[in-house]
Design a protein around this ligand. Structure first.
Ligand code: AMP
Length: 575
């Protein structure tokens, strides 16, 4: 397909306000793309390479401006281009505002060069040539590579008409913005080649390559699409989470799969141990990708070592990489960032901050794709993949995120408490029967909603701990003001670390008014700030209300009991 034809079609799409009509335009475009189908299916979304490939064009705006300036004539420079950008606001309009063509010399790099239509009307450039040149450009590395990129790009602009230049500039800077999203191309592939949308969708999920899926839909139909599989080394879009509450999750699913939420960075591990040859050498492969499918293997040698040590079959695992101190205690998220995309001095950075992987999902194992299996089945598979022997206690399986299926909110609360106590972020709630939906922020994975409101409650009671905590007060009773009285609204044990316990015991012990076994009554003196999930009516507490999932956030040293919340506020918040 000529690039001019592509540019015309892109302009028509851009001018079209209605989504359905846009799908029609894209459908026609794909149907007419012939041998260039794979390229056109990507270009129309503003992509040069498939989403999963880590190749980037690595062209900054300045490189692009310089190439445009050179193609525009001897009296134009990069600053002029920037000035026009300030006026026009968009690089496509800027590129289209120049007359290109006729600039001698370096255009020869594209094969057409100065022989092309020197009036700047374009016409002989094909989408394939644009693609090939941009691929060469992406491969340019090392000394002088920026100059080479400018040369190659100049060669393309020099052969462009205004309309072609508009879309070339946008393509190169990943700013296509003609209203064609992933869903549009998915629907257009289905319409152009008469295959069901859900099968196109599945094929896109496993391959992440619109060009390849379009080609297979056309050439092999549904059977070809269904035969597309996950491949080790080709990342899958990560399934994402929404915020949600324990109450809703249990109401919808009856039982929730509960896991700790680790405060690190998402990773997808692709590992193939290889098959040992006669000499015992195995040509394996281990690659690690970020949530955006960027390759981060070299930055995370611990993950590669983990895979070599613990994995004996080809797998794709989904998980989190967490920074840890010498005892394995998790460090804040900021510490992982020091390691995550690092390209230089990795060994030195590793000495300062160590990381370890934790896996919570298994997308592929030993030749089988598991996306359509239930979470529970995938997690069982994950456990067997990571376990050193089949009878190993899950708690001892290195790198496994434990999963509990639970229908009791109090049991979920206690897992949340354990997660916070161990230094993690809290919990994730997942639908135990759900499939893995790549790229979706669906309802099947939920993270606890952050506290929107917090309450300042008076501490009116506590319990002495047990075992090693026998000398500490814990599980604090919370109250609010009702006129001159105090009425209880709940008990908080979550969110309190060992250090907090010591501090809080020191603070509260002088206010003990009465003791009965482990139970302690406290004079109202100390105010806690607590978060909670919701407020329910409840006969358990004297206020008639209960805070669901209260969590300790801190002591309000600046507040007296007289400044604490009132029962009116609790009633209002309950709504
Ligand atoms: P957020 O980044 O706040 O949207 O939370 C979702 C992220 O939590 C995921 O993308 C993961 O990176 C991370 N995460 C930590 N632990 C888990 C887990 N057990 N299951 C799923 N995601 C987790």
């Amino acid at each position: 397909m000529e690039f001019a034809t592509f540019a015309d079609r892109a302009a028509a799409i851009e001018a079209e306000p209605a989504d359905l009509e846009i799908v029609d335009h894209v459908t026609d475009l794909l149907a007419d793309a012939n041998a260039d189908l794979d390229i056109v299916a990507r270009f129309v979304q503003g992509r040069v390479v498939p989403a999963w490939e880590s190749t980037t064009l690595d062209i900054g705006p300045t490189t692009c401006y310089e190439a445009i300036a050179r193609a525009a004539g001897t009296n134009v420079d990069g600053d002029d281009v920037e000035d026009r950008l300030a006026d026009l606001g968009e690089i496509g309009d800027v590129a289209a505002s120049y007359e290109f063509g006729g600039q001698q010399g370096l255009g020869a790099f594209t094969g057409g060069g100065a022989d092309a239509d020197s009036s700047g009307q374009g016409g002989d450039l094909t989408v394939r040539e644009v693609h090939e040149t941009l691929t060469d450009l992406a491969a340019a590395e090392g000394d002088g590579s920026q100059d080479r990129k400018v040369d190659l790009l100049f060669g393309l602009f020099n052969r462009c008409s205004s309309e072609e230049a508009r879309y070339l500039a946008r393509l190169v800077l990943s700013e296509m913005r003609i209203g064609v999203g992933e869903g549009t191309v998915r629907d257009a592939i289905a319409a152009a080649f008469d295959v069901p949308v859900d099968r196109v969708e599945r094929a896109l999920q496993v391959s992440n390559d619109y060009g390849e899926v379009a080609r297979i839909a056309r050439e092999e139909g549904v059977a070809g699409l269904d035969a597309m599989d996950l491949a080790i080394g080709r990342p899958v879009q990560a399934m994402l989470a929404q915020t949600g509450t324990v109450t809703d999750a249990l109401a919808e699913w009856g039982e929730a799969a509960v896991e700790w939420k680790f405060d690190g960075a998402r990773i997808q591990l692709h590992h193939d141990p290889g098959t040992a040859d006669a000499a015992g050498a195995a040509a394996g492969e281990t690659r690690v990708f970020s949530r955006n499918m960027e390759e981060v293997t070299d930055a995370l040698p611990e993950v590669v070592e983990f895979a070599d040590e613990h994995l004996d079959r080809p797998v794709i695992l989904d998980g989190e990489v967490v920074a840890v101190d010498e005892d394995g205690t998790p460090l804040p998220f900021q510490e992982v960032l020091k390691r995550f995309r690092r390209k230089h001095d990795v060994a030195k950075a590793r000495e300062d901050v160590a990381v370890r992987p934790v896996f919570f999902d298994c997308l592929h194992a030993g030749g089988n794709d598991l996306l359509d299996d239930t979470l529970t089945a995938r997690h069982d598979r994950l456990e067997s993949v990571l376990a050193d022997d089949p009878d190993q206690d899950p708690e001892d399986v290195r790198g496994l995120s434990l999963l509990w299926r639970i229908d009791d909110p109090d049991a979920i609360e206690s897992i949340d408490a354990d997660a916070l106590e161990a230094g993690h972020e809290g919990i994730m709630l997942k639908n135990p029967d759900s499939v893995y939906s790549p790229g979706r922020r669906g309802k099947n994975w939920r993270k606890r909603k952050p506290d929107v409101e917090t309450l300042d409650c008076v501490v009116t009671g506590a319990e002495w701990g047990e075992g090693r905590r026998a000398t500490y007060l814990g599980t604090f009773e919370l109250s609010v003001r009702a006129g001159d009285d105090l009425e209880t609204v709940g008990k908080v044990a979550t969110g309190i670390t060992d250090e907090n316990l010591e501090e809080l015991t020191e603070l509260l012990e002088p206010h003990i008014a009465a003791e009965d076994g482990q139970d302690v009554d406290l004079e109202p003196a100390v105010v806690f700030e607590v978060g909670y999930e919701e407020i329910q009516s409840s006969p358990t507490y004297s206020s008639g209300y209960a805070l669901r999932f209260p969590r300790f956030l801190g002591v309000r040293h600046d507040k007296d009991p007289e400044d604490a919340e009132t029962i009116d506020r609790i009633e209002r918040l309950r709504g």
